[in-house]
Design a protein around this ligand. Structure first.
Ligand code: E4P
Length: 223
């Protein structure tokens, strides 16, 4: 499972890229609005931080297919080859997905709440479909189960599309999808930090260091 950062905070992205094995960054219009900056300025800066090989996913904002296609072309044209235009999985979006894919633009189908949206997106040529795990949970359904069902539908039908699970609020949701082996998860910076935040881990590492310093002297290491 690839791991992406769902954020447009360039300082958080820089820090997480430095520490963790990160495959890319996703944004959405709400996340970009939070940055308070010009959208393509911040997206360009994110691209320069993550480098040309990492994935960058940016969302179209037009309401109709013609506008989504224009948005998608600009996103793909300005942000480098490993960029994906996120297109909502609604009727106008499916029309836009087919057109963008036929032009060679990589597409991530977003706003996915049901397996059938993802099925249509995969058939329209999207590279990823992004089910919103926590938002589905909040509706009283099971977000992880929806993501796993989508993964199975792609495999059962020979559809070359992967799950890019999104909207996480806790480590358990990430863990269950990693165990199932879905294609990718995009996770907010605070939730990525929480993946390894555990007092037992810190206590174990501290005990090793103090035992070792007891042998060789305070501040001394293996080097
Ligand atoms: C991804 O495609 C979504 O835009 C995003 O993950 C939604 O996350 P949220 O439910 O935390 O807003």
């Amino acid at each position: 499972m690839k791991l992406l950062i769902d954020d447009a905070d360039v300082n958080a992205i820089r820090r997480l890229i430095d520490y963790y094995p990160i495959d890319g960054v996703t944004t959405n219009p709400t996340i970009l609005a939070r940055s308070g900056r010009s959208p393509f300025d911040v997206l360009g800066e994110i691209r320069s931080i993550i480098g040309p090989e990492a994935e960058l996913h940016a969302q179209v904002t037009a309401r109709d297919a013609a506008g989504m296609i224009e948005d998608g072309r600009r996103i793909a044209g300005e942000l480098g080859p490993n960029t994906f235009a996120k297109v909502p999985s609604v009727p106008e979006g499916f029309k836009a997905m087919k057109a963008l894919v036929s032009e060679g633009v990589k597409v991530t189908a977003t706003a996915v709440y049901t397996p059938l949206q993802a099925y249509l997106a995969g058939k329209a040529g999207a590279s990823y479909a992004a089910p919103y795990i926590n938002r589905i949970d909040n509706m009283g359904y099971d977000g992880v189960a929806v993501a796993c069902a989508i993964h199975d539908i792609f495999r059962a039908n020979g559809i070359a599309c992967n799950v890019l699970a999104a909207s996480f609020k806790n480590s358990q949701q990430v863990l269950e999808l990693a165990q199932y082996g879905v294609g990718a998860a995009t996770v907010a910076s605070s939730v990525i930090d929480g993946l390894v935040k555990n007092p037992a881990i810190d206590a174990a590492v501290d005990a090793f260091i103090s035992d070792f310093e007891g042998l060789v002297g305070a501040g001394k290491t293996m080097a």
